[in-house]
Write a protein that binds this ligand. Structure first.
Ligand code: NAD
Ligand code: ISE
Length: 337
């Protein structure tokens, strides 16, 4: 069975996903695309023999679309995901599920009202072999009882459209999901500490920042967020346990020796670093759809997307108030038990 996917948003990651679903993932084809940038949408559609629709509603309703992938800007995700739920179509929604807690809650309520899980959120680190190894080491006893973690999330640069709060809602939102998933626990409180501002990057960008998560089980996580570090993409973490540690380096093992130096290449961006993880994520989604499962075990659900957005919003509040902020989630609906 071939899953026919419609892709909303053919920007950077949307067009990459179209290429992956068309030629790298087994069991899927892209039959429809939509983007307000119509020329780009037509070009992407033409490259894979898909239809470029005039509106995203038409794409969601199309008979030759079995499932939808949303890769538009984050603030559009709630309306688009809710339309997919209303149409009864499974959807892989790129992160974040929404940019505000209220909007994320709207998606949660729509899915709960529909009575079945249809939405998978694109937190691709859950499919990265490095993070999967970290999770194994945390659960198989190798490092004893996990106690605390340190993490780093650096981007070389971000576009001018990247506003200050997006460090939390768009970038560190990955760590919110990653550490909830790694520790299998909610985040109870969040503190954002301002750091001396880099002279580079847009004037309104507060960058870098240190974010501290108090996990519900008492573990503490510190994350450095630096979206404007200039030298490349650098995502790392170390978990400290009662018997040992497990760490995930920036995984490029090619060593270049020459010019009196010995060096290791730093990935340019998330496309390079997480390329294989995106394929694994899409393959898991498509494989599950083919077996009649809209949301597979281990995938980030609407609940996970809601929690990550609520934590991001609390982080923005913490920064503004200069104080630790408790995370107050709604009661978890039985659908996500
Ligand atoms: P982008 O700006 O390159 O692409 C967004 C596209 O959406 C653009 O082509 C834009 O024209 C289009 N768009 C604007 N309004 C639209 C509408 N009403 N309907 C449909 N499309 C519309 O951005 P991007 O980097 O590709 O990011 C897209 C989404 O993917 C964001 O939510 C981002 O956070 C997420 N993302 C996730 C990862 C990841 O690692 N999982 C990486 C990058 C981006
Ligand atoms: C981008 O949208 C992503 O999701 C990347 O994975 C992340 O590292 C980057 O900071 C975001 O802007």
């Amino acid at each position: 069975m071939t899953i026919r996917v419609g892709v909303i948003g053919t920007g950077m990651i949307g067009s990459d996903h179209v290429a992956r679903l068309s030629s790298q993932v087994v069991g899927s084809t892209v039959t429809a695309v939509f983007d307000v940038a119509t020329e780009r949408a037509q070009q992407v559609a033409g490259s894979v023999g898909a239809t470029a629709h005039a509106t995203w509603d038409a794409l969601v309703a199309a008979d030759d679309v079995d499932a939808v992938l949303i890769a538009s800007p984050g603030e559009l995700h709630p309306d688009q995901a809710i339309a997919c739920i209303a149409a009864g179509k499974p959807v892989l929604c790129e992160k974040p599920i929404a940019t505000t807690t209220a909007e994320a809650q709207r998606v949660l309520e729509a899915e709960v009202a529909a009575g079945r899980k249809l939405v998978t959120v694109g937190f691709m680190r859950r499919y990265d072999v490095g993070y999967v190894d970290v999770k194994h080491a945390m659960t198989d006893g190798t490092i004893g009882e996990p106690l605390l973690a340190h993490a780093m999330h650096r981007n070389a640069s971000v576009p001018d459209s990247f506003r200050g709060e997006m460090s939390m809602t768009d970038s560190v939102v990955h760590e919110f999901d990653t550490f909830r998933w790694l520790f299998d626990s909610e985040i109870a409180a969040i503190t954002v500490l301002p750091v001396k501002k880099s002279p580079l990057g847009s004037p309104e960008l507060r960058d870098p920042q240190i974010v501290i998560f108090d996990m519900a089980g008492g573990e503490v996580v510190t994350v450095e967020s630096f979206v404007n570090c200039q030298y490349g993409y650098d995502v790392r973490c170390e978990i400290v346990g009662s018997l040992g540690t497990v760490s995930l380096d920036n995984p490029r093992t090619t060593i270049v020796i020459g010019g009196n130096g010995r060096g290791e290449k730093v990935p340019a961006d998330w496309r390079e670093r997480f390329g294989p993880a995106y394929i694994n994520e899409l393959q898991a989604w498509v494989g599950a759809l083919a077996s009649g499962q809209a949301v597979h075990a281990g995938a980030a659900t609407t609940w996970d997307g809601y929690a990550a957005t609520a934590i991001a919003e609390a982080a923005v509040t913490s920064y503004a108030k200069g104080a630790r902020v408790d995370i107050d989630l709604v009661e978890k609906p039985a659908l996500y038990a």
